[in-house]
Design a protein around this ligand. Structure first.
Ligand code: AMP
Ligand code: ZN
Ligand code: FE
Ligand code: FE
Length: 274
């Protein structure tokens, strides 16, 4: 089985790369891509942990692009993770994540919502290359009793348009396609059903988008059918995975249940620019 959407503690996942690899093997996954937000820092440890096991680990990334103030998640595959331009871009992305989290903490302060900053900011510094994100704030909001669950933290404070929300600064989705293409890879549009901006897809397909993420825990049977048809109509491939974030992440556990059928994987690989 194949899973091309996975997070580790290098970003907002709650499983270390080693824990993730053990879970993947136990779930019967044989090919996977580590797709942390704006970092490839989990790849080396995952690759080392999978050595000598039946699991093949591919490089991957989930880059947050911005279109009209809205975050658009773009998945990159088959690129060179050592590519200097990609590496420099990701350093800048992570720096803006810290900037944004600090501004959101200021907002919370002015709303009278006081939380401990140290455990949040520690996440960005304790290991090189770790990407900070809103879930780190959400966990502290829960820990300090301001909200009951991580989902409530997003609904009440951190989600788009909520009182502590601060917009990200980032590049357009089309530029992500070009960047990953220059590093030898291809890009899939992550979980379109979660975003609700399908109108972006035809234009991005014209600009070289290689695939749509069809198989995702937030896509029901109807969404899977709709996006499979859309991918065919636009002449792009199909990707998929569990978007696993680990225990205590407040996310659905779909590891081993939401996977990418092999025929789609073979087609995706055939789309890598040669
Ligand atoms: P950021 O990377 O800072 O934009 O934070 C967005 C991340 O927070 C997403 O990629 C999810 O992993 C997580 N997230 C967003 N909404 C929720 C939610 N309602 N419950 C749990 N996690 C969420
Ligand atoms: Zn995440
Ligand atoms: Fe995402
Ligand atoms: Fe994800």
């Amino acid at each position: 089985m194949i899973d091309l959407h996975l997070h580790t503690t290098a970003s907002d996942g709650r499983s270390t790369p080693e824990q993730l690899v053990a879970r993947l093997i136990a779930a019967g996954i044989r090919t996977c891509a580590i797709t942390d937000h704006d970092t490839t820092a989990g790849l080396a440890r995952a690759t080392a942990a999978a050595a000598g096991t039946p699991l093949a680990v591919m490089a991957g990334i989930e880059i947050t692009a911005v279109h009209a103030g809205v975050d658009v998640h773009m998945l990159g595959y088959f690129f060179d993770p050592e590519n200097a331009e990609v590496a420099a871009f990701l350093v800048a992305q992570r720096a803006d994540r810290v900037r944004r989290v600090l501004e959101m903490l200021e907002r919370l302060d002015s709303l009278g919502v006081v939380i401990d900053r140290a455990p949040i900011l520690k996440q960005a510094t304790e290991a090189a290359g770790r990407a900070l994100g809103r879930p780190a704030i959400a966990r502290q909001l829960v820990a300090h009793g301001h909200v009951r669950t991580i989902a409530d933290a997003f609904d009440q404070y951190l989600g788009f348009g909520r009182p502590a929300f601060v917009a990200r600064r980032g590049i357009e989705p089309g530029e992500v396609i070009n960047l990953i293409g220059r590093a030898g890879g291809l890009v899939s549009f992550a979980h379109p059903g979660k975003l609700g901006h399908d109108e972006l897809l035809p234009e991005l397909a014209r600009r070289g988008l290689a695939a749509i993420e069809v198989f995702h825990p937030d896509h029901d049977v109807e969404a899977i059918a709709r996006y499979t048809d859309l991918a065919r109509d636009l002449g792009v491939g199909v990707s998929g995975g569990s978007d696993y974030h680990g225990p205590g992440s407040g996310r659905a556990e779909a590891l081993g249940t939401v996977t990418l059928p092999e025929s789609f994987f073979d087609d995706l690989r055939s789309r890598v620019p040669s």
